[in-house]
Design a binder for this molecule. Structure first.
Ligand SMILES: CCCCCCCCCC(=O)SCCNC(=O)CCNC(=O)[C@H](O)C(C)(C)COP(=O)(O)OP(=O)(O)OC[C@H]1O[C@@H](n2cnc3c(N)ncnc32)[C@H](O)[C@@H]1OP(=O)(O)O
Length: 134
C-alpha cells in the first residue's frame, strides 16, 4: 500500500476526513465499479440552487482516481472531460460511479457518471490517468 494511503494526515480536498473544508467522500467498491455519494449544500452552489460544475468535476475525478488507488495503482489525472447533462439541484443525492475503460501503455482510460436520485444522468466524465511514483 502506498505511503499516501497509509498517511492518516493526508488532506485530500475530496476524500480526507480531516480536511475541514473538504468534501469527505467515502467509497465503496462493487465488482468493477467504484461508487460514492454526495449531497450538495448551499455552499456548493454556482448558479442559484444548482451545484457548481467545477465541484462536480472534482468529484467525478476523485471517484475515477479512487478506482485506481483501491487497486494500489498510483496515478494522476493527465486529462479529463466533463459533459454536464442536467443541473444538480442543491439537496439532491448524487450517486457517482467510475470504471476502467482501457489500459493502453502507460495510460488508464477511465469513465464516470454522476446520477440523480431518479437515475437520470447529471454528468459524464472521461479521463486519462498516468502512473506516478509516490
Ligand atoms: C489517499 C489520497 C488519494 C488522493 C486521490 C487524489 C485524486 C486526485 C486526482 C487528481 O486530480 S491528480 C491532480 C491533477 N493532475 C496533475 O497534477 C498531473 C500533472 N501532470 C503531471 O504530473 C505529468 O504531466 C504526468 C504525470 C501526467 C505525465 O508526466 P510524465 O513525465 O510521466 O509523462 P510525459 O509527459 O513524459 O509523457 C509520457 C507519454 O505519455 C503521453 N501523454 C502525456 N499526457 C497525455 C495525455 N493527456 N493523453 C495522451 N498521452 C499523454 C506523452 O505524449 C508521452 O508519450 P510518448 O511516450 O509516446 O512520448
Amino acid at each position: 500500500m502506498s505511503k499516501l494511503l497509509k498517511d492518516s494526515n493526508h488532506m485530500c480536498f475530496a476524500c480526507s476526513p480531516k480536511n475541514p473544508i473538504g468534501l469527505k467522500l467515502v467509497f465503496e467498491h462493487e465488482g468493477d465499479i467504484c461508487r460514492a455519494s454526495f449531497i450538495a449544500g448551499p455552499e456548493h452552489q454556482g448558479w442559484n440552487g444548482v451545484m457548481h460544475g467545477g465541484l462536480l468535476t472534482t468529484i467525478l475525478d476523485e471517484v475515477m482516481a479512487q478506482w485506481l488507488w483501491s487497486r494500489e495503482l498510483s496515478a494522476m489525472t493527465a486529462e479529463m472531460t466533463t459533459r454536464f447533462v442536467n443541473p444538480v439541484p442543491i439537496g439532491a443525492k448524487l450517486t457517482i460511479e467510475s470504471r476502467l475503460v482501457a489500459n493502453k501503455r502507460r495510460l488508464f482510460l477511465m469513465e464516470a457518471d454522476a446520477l440523480l436520485p431518479d437515475g437520470s444522468v447529471a454528468a459524464k466524465a472521461t479521463a486519462k490517468f498516468m502512473p506516478v511514483k509516490v
